[in-house]
Write a protein that binds this ligand. Structure first.
Ligand SMILES: Cc1cc2nc3c(=O)[nH]c(=O)nc-3n(C[C@H](O)[C@H](O)[C@H](O)COP(=O)(O)OP(=O)(O)OC[C@H]3O[C@@H](n4cnc5c(N)ncnc54)[C@H](O)[C@@H]3O)c2cc1C
Length: 332
């Protein structure tokens, strides 16, 4: 009898699918990891009428899907999903569980880890397998100045949440096939302490900052909410998206969704325009994959200026306005 293959599980976080491709990105990385430890890549899907996602995850690399499909799971429920994952993991004993560091994943994964009595590395920016076959979980630490490599030598499963935008998804392959294991809903489910009354999509969430080819990013140096708002006009003219630094988000000039950096999103644009940004490591760590950087800053010695391909020593707001004028003139 052949031994059962170890499983690398990816939680199927299909909500906001078109904005957030982290599950597909994790399936892609799981495939690389699985090849190193001879494991199989599995996706775990909870929901109601979720065949579409089952097909999608198989097409993106899942060999096996654990599926609980039931009307009771029509909306995401933290308590129920935690229970389902805990039960399934106790039964199937996966080697690794990966969860996207989405708003839901960041809350869900630590609960599952606690129930299973295992560790969890939150917000990883890299994953690998070490020489002993352990999952190497790379996470920023000490305010982002260091990247810690964390392993879970004893407890199982090894668990990590991973930021969206770190790994590249593999292309959709319609011909791929996979096994679907139907997992029945348990008879007794927790009574949800939170009831969803209504949900509405925030227009900001339609943005695809992580995938944008052009990102116009603004910092405190812009000076005011009104001046920052001009970036939206510029981004629209360039067909790009707007990003922001933490002080800007804290000052309520931009939504949290626009935050670029260690505590926000990872970007990989062809062109990054950076206005009034000092270039702190917590911000720039998320811009490493930008192909071409144009920075505007009054201070020529700002770290962002040193990283830029083109550094313009000037008032950020003035350059932004001039660019808008020039683009409008050319489009006319
Ligand atoms: C744990 C932790 C996590 C963090 N996570 C993040 C994160 O995810 N993202 C993030 O962005 N930050 C993060 N930070 C904060 C980060 O350390 C910096 O404080 C922040 O990025 C600085 O933002 P800023 O460049 O907009 O502001 P500042 O550092 O204040 O820089 C403003 C810049 O504007 C320039 N300037 C001023 N006036 C003008 C003008 N008129 N025209 C042009 N330039 C001008 C200045 O020369 C300066 O370089 C984090 C910090 C910690 C401790």
């Amino acid at each position: 009898m052949t031994a059962k293959k170890r499983g690398i599980w990816v939680f199927g976080d299909y909500r906001n699918y078109f904005q957030n491709r982290v599950t597909l990105q994790l399936l892609s990385r799981a495939k690389d990891l699985a090849a190193k430890i001879d494991a199989e890549v599995c996706a775990v899907v909870f929901g109601n009428k979720v065949d579409e996602w089952v097909g999608e995850y198989i097409a993106h690399g899942a060999e096996k899907i654990y599926l609980t499909d039931h009307p009771r799971l029509a909306v995401y429920s933290m308590e129920t999903y935690t229970l389902l994952m805990e039960r399934l993991a106790r039964h199937e004993r996966p080697e690794i569980i990966l969860v996207g560091a989405t708003a839901f994943g960041r809350e869900f994964a630590p609960r599952v880890a606690k129930r299973l009595g295992t560790g969890l590395t939150a917000d990883c920016i890299g994953l690998d397998i070490d020489q002993e076959g352990l999952l190497l979980q790379m996470a920023p630490s000490f305010g982002g100045t260091l990247v810690a490599e964390i392993v879970t030598p004893e407890r199982r499963p090894q668990m990590a949440t991973v930021r969206p935008g770190i790994f590249q998804e593999i292309p959709h392959d319609y011909i791929r096939t996979g096994e679907v294991v139907k997992v029945p809903l348990p008879e007794h489910l927790p009574v949800d302490r939170v009831r969803l009354v209504r949900s509405e999509r925030s227009p900001q969430r339609e943005q695809k900052l992580e995938d944008a080819k052009v990102v116009v990013c603004g910092g405190r140096g812009l000076g005011s909410k009104k001046k920052f708002a001009k970036l939206f006009e510029l981004a629209e003219l360039l067909g790009g998206e707007v990003g922001a630094t933490r002080p800007v988000v804290y000052a309520d000039w931009a939504e949290h969704d626009a935050l670029v950096g260690q505590a926000g999103k990872q970007i990989r644009p062809q062109i990054l325009l950076s206005f009034g940004i000092s270039g702190a490591i917590q911000h720039t760590a998320a811009c490493n994959d930008a192909k071409f950087i144009i920075a505007v800053n009054k201070n020529p010695n700002a770290a962002m200026m040193k990283r830029a391909d083109v550094a313009i020593v000037a008032d950020a707001s003035q350059i932004c306005n001039s660019l808008i004028q020039e683009l409008k003139r050319r489009i006319r």
